[in-house]
Write a protein that binds this ligand. Sequence first.
Ligand code: LLP
Length: 424
Amino acid sequence: TAPTLGTGDFPGSLSGPRLARITEEHGTPVWVYDADVIRAQIARLRQFDQIRFAQKACSNTHILRLMREQGVAVDAVSAGEVERALTAGYRPDGPGEPIVFTADLLDRPTLRRLVELGIPVNAGSPQMLDQIGRAAPGHPVWIRINPGFGHGHSRKTNTGGEQSKHGIWHEHLAESLALVDRHRLDLIGFHMHIGSGVDYGHLEAVCETMVKQVRLSGRDLRAISAGGGLSVPYAPGQPEVDTERYFRIWDAARRELVTELGHPVRLEIEPGRFLVAGSGVLAAEVRAQKPVGSNHFVLVDAGFNDLMRPAMYGSSHRVTVLAPDGEPRTDPARDTVLAGPLCESGDVFTQVEGGDVEPVPLPRAEIGDLVVFHDTGAYGASMSSTYNSRPLIPEVLVEGEHTRLIRRRQTVAELLTLETDLPG
Ligand code: LLP
């Protein structure tokens, strides 16, 4: 889908002028989130027994703290994400498995840490079950199943089927269950996550497969997880996910299992994007512009090291242009290619998957204007890198009238210490 011109609507209590004040205080580029938008998204999924936030979408510990205060559990995919959850106050031994570790392999230090903390492991390979079982017989585990099909907003976010490295292939469940038995692992439940930006046409098939796999396994499971993947509207006119329907279909599957197993079965959902995407924006400053043949380039001070989604997936984000005082520019639209400062031709925010630039209609921008990328609360800051030796940029959380810095800007000196501050 081609990028589209935004209408200037901001999340929650953010506005153009308020954003301009935040950039005056914290500089550009800067990520800004609205806490109330996150709370409202959580409320839309309350029917599920447990919401588990896939923190990879936005792993700032202050956002995780907000999640915890809302009763949302958390998923971790690395030792770093486990430590983030602990810092945010999650207790690994609390009720309902507050932290679950999902991956396709266990590196040695992470394995040790998970055993030490007793954190349940959602296994994506038989080797994970074997390794955790040898290290800690009786350890709590989930099994993530690749049902043989999947779907994503990009090929890169499809996590089911033969092209995907994720989960235990549905035909290999028996050997995994044998490992569960051999190590007397405590099997909590089955998990399926078939991709990000789910096509709801797959929903029934996923649920059917879940019921079938539980039946085939003959196991007395306590929980099932619907995974994440719920999409959000990135372009005007894109539909919102019907969370009622989503729940109904999963709940029907759960009821079947309750009847068969004769006891309650916890139904979990594991969204990342759905909870945070719409809460966040990235604000950057226009620093240069130039015609290049028939293209008009506007260059801003954020690059794909900050917001990677367009370069990685050809994703498009609504864009608003603000004058320095925060008032939206309303000049007649002009086809514009929006790009960043990096030394790569792919450092373009308006491009299609594959890399071709895609001019989009934008108001005429002046040097010093702000360019706002909307719906960047998910997979924005969390996918940033320091490529080109550009330090990580700040994150700000807005809550009603309050504005709080939740990550300061990294300094170049901090980047260099890893190389200068060496032992010996
Ligand atoms: N559960 C598991 C096991 C996952 O691997 C993921 C995402 C989620 C839940 C949450 O998916 P979500 O609800 O956020 O779609 N960087 C890409 C998305 C990659 C997602 C990876 N796994 C993007 O920017 O679109």
